[in-house]
Ligand binder design. Structure first.
Ligand code: MN
Ligand code: MN
Length: 286
């Protein structure tokens, strides 16, 4: 059972990093400062499973500041922070939302958080995956919002952030059942828009496509996890932008695009990684 100790360790570190990040997000603070603080905290204790996602307002996910990012948080911003740590490949993935200096989206944020906790209450061995989506959608709609239907939670395995099983945020007909010992991330996204996200351009996050001697140094450092263009400066220094376009042209790496709500609705997210047990589940990222 040693692997669960590693999941617990990774989860604890990810959870602490998230709390520190959320506390530090204030009007006038730069995105890059938060990214470095959160990632620095993780790197001192474990390894990064993906770049910290800092997704503001109608951006739902898959944005991280680039090396030269000049963005600062503004009053009224609704900020999703999504962090991932791993210990020996065992991952903790967790996210939260904060609104800066106002309370306009308090209910929206609460709807995602409450949906997450309702979902966690039903998770146990033998539960149908559709049950999770049903309770998430029901809770979010009670608040008068919509779940984002094309973003979902996922199973996790060693070195695999998305290991094959999707955990829906709305009512589906997924009759598959959860099994004891599985590790899953549940991540409701709630919006006052339509509940669909679309590609919104460069998000500064990339993945490796195939094995190549040309990307060996990336793989050695970041395994097969998503990585930030920022991180490549450790390897390539000032040549990083050139190197990225070279690797993209050869299709050795691909970008993840940032995901934006189709009606520019504001989006809130809450996420925990949990360990499925016989009669419930253990939250690994609290
Ligand atoms: Mn996440
Ligand atoms: Mn996730």
């Amino acid at each position: 059972m040693i692997e669960y100790e590693k999941y617990r360790e990774a989860g604890k570190i990810a959870g602490e990093a998230l709390r520190i990040g959320i506390k530090s997000i204030k009007e006038g603070v730069s995105y890059i400062e938060i990214a470095e603080k959160v990632e620095g905290y993780i790197k001192e204790r474990a390894e990064l499973a993906f770049p910290v996602n800092i997704s503001v307002n109608s951006i739902a996910a898959h944005f991280t500041p680039s090396f030269y990012d000049k963005n600062v948080f503004r009053k009224g911003d609704v900020v999703k922070l999504d962090v991932g740590a791993h210990v020996d490949g065992y991952i903790g993935d967790t996210a939260g939302t904060v609104e800066i200096g106002s309370n306009r989206y308090k209910n929206l944020i609460e709807s995602a958080e409450k949906a997450l906790y309702e979902a966690i209450r039903v998770v146990r061995e033998g539960v149908k995956i559709e049950e999770i989506g049903i309770v998430i959608e029901k809770k979010i709609r009670e608040y008068g919002f919509r779940p984002v239907r094309n973003l979902h939670g996922h199973s996790l395995e060693r070195y695999k952030l998305h290991a094959g099983i999707s955990i829906p945020n709305f009512s589906t007909k997924n009759k598959m059942i959860l099994k004891e010992g599985q590790v899953i991330a549940i991540e409701p996204f709630s919006t006052d828009g339509d509940g669909i996200v679309v590609d919104g351009g460069i998000g500064n996050i990339y993945r490796l496509n195939k094995k190549s001697a040309l990307t060996k140094s990336i793989k050695n450092k970041f395994y097969e996890f998503p990585f930030a263009d920022r991180w490549l400066y450790e390897i390539y220094g000032e040549k990083t932008p050139l190197k990225i376009s070279f690797l993209m042209k050869r299709r050795l790496i691909s970008p993840y695009f940032k995901l934006v709500e189709i009606k520019n609705g504001i989006v809130a997210q809450a996420e925990h990684t949990v360990f499925v047990q016989k009669d419930g589940c253990e939250i690994l990222t609290s």
